[in-house]
Write a protein that binds this ligand. Structure first.
Ligand code: 6PG
Length: 252
């Protein structure tokens, strides 16, 4: 099925048939953003299980041979505060699936989890992001990232921005520590804040599977949830497969 566009309020929902089509649609959008920027490209990855097929696809020859790896930099939107080799580690997952085989090591920018605590890790990553960006400003004229990938959790969290947690209200810091997670896995987190995540040319949510339908229904109804407050200063797209698509969006 060809991707279909629906607009609800200012949310752009692109419906695809299944998780395979979703990974391809996401990969193609990333390729278009890379092609649109002839300079250094910054892509902020996400953790969880949703992006795994996309990451595997980027490692296949069809994509791998087209990506100018030397000028693409890879960041992560949130991290579980566990050792880098722990299966729960978000950047570790991305490294195993594609980055280590494809990207120069200097272009992979993990959140450090070998520091004393999540706050210290957040400070270090914020300073790495500022140094990469070359300024402490997050103006929409020159966004921090070309693409920010996102997922949504069952409580409406995105990155590690959980409902009613102070991190969601942060306006100054780019990265903060989150001592307790609201959902599994219950390990401390480090997360980029809304000002940093939103500073991108394109924010791409990937949502697949029937277990996501309930939360997506709430998001699309405009409920005040972290996932609804994450909006690119450029374009925000929700890529959704049929199983996750709410009833009133089906067959449109
Ligand atoms: C994390 C994530 C988180 C994730 C959502 C969706 O570290 O857990 O970055 O925000 O994207 O919870 O997770 P799934 O893709 O596993 O459903």
């Amino acid at each position: 099925m060809a991707p279909r566009d629906h607009r609800q309020a200012d949310i752009n929902v692109t419906a695809v048939s299944d998780s395979v089509a979703l990974a391809k649609a996401a990969a193609d959008r990333i390729m278009a953003r890379i092609a649109a920027n002839s300079d250094r490209v910054a892509i902020c990855l996400t953790g969880g299980s949703s992006p795994k097929q996309l990451y595997a696809l980027l490692a296949t020859d069809a994509y791998r041979s087209q990506i100018p790896w030397q000028r693409v930099h890879w960041f992560i939107g949130d991290e579980r505060f566990v050792p880098a080799e722990d299966p729960l580690h978000n950047m570790g997952m991305a490294r195993r699936i594609f980055l280590d085989a494809c990207a120069p090591a200097a272009n992979i920018h993990p959140i450090p989890t070998d520091t004393g605590n999540p706050d210290e890790a957040a400070r270090r990553y914020e300073s790495e992001l500022k140094s990469f960006h070359g300024t402490n400003e997050l103006g929409s004229a020159r966004p921090l990232f070309d693409v920010v990938l996102m997922g949504v959790g069952p409580d409406g969290h995105t990155a590690s921005l959980f409902p009613d947690y102070p991190a969601i209200e942060e306006t100054k810091r780019w990265v903060v520590g989150v001592p307790h997670a609201h959902v599994e896995p219950f390990v401390p987190r480090v997360t980029l804040t809304l000002p940093a995540l939103n500073s991108c040319r394109e924010m791409l949510f990937e949502v697949a599977g029937s277990e996501k339908r309930a939360i997506l229904t709430r998001v699309l109804a405009g409920e005040n949830l972290p996932a609804n407050r994450a909006r690119s200063t450029g374009e925000t797209i929700w890529l959704v497969d049929q199983a996750a698509l709410p009833e009133n969006f089906r067959g449109r």
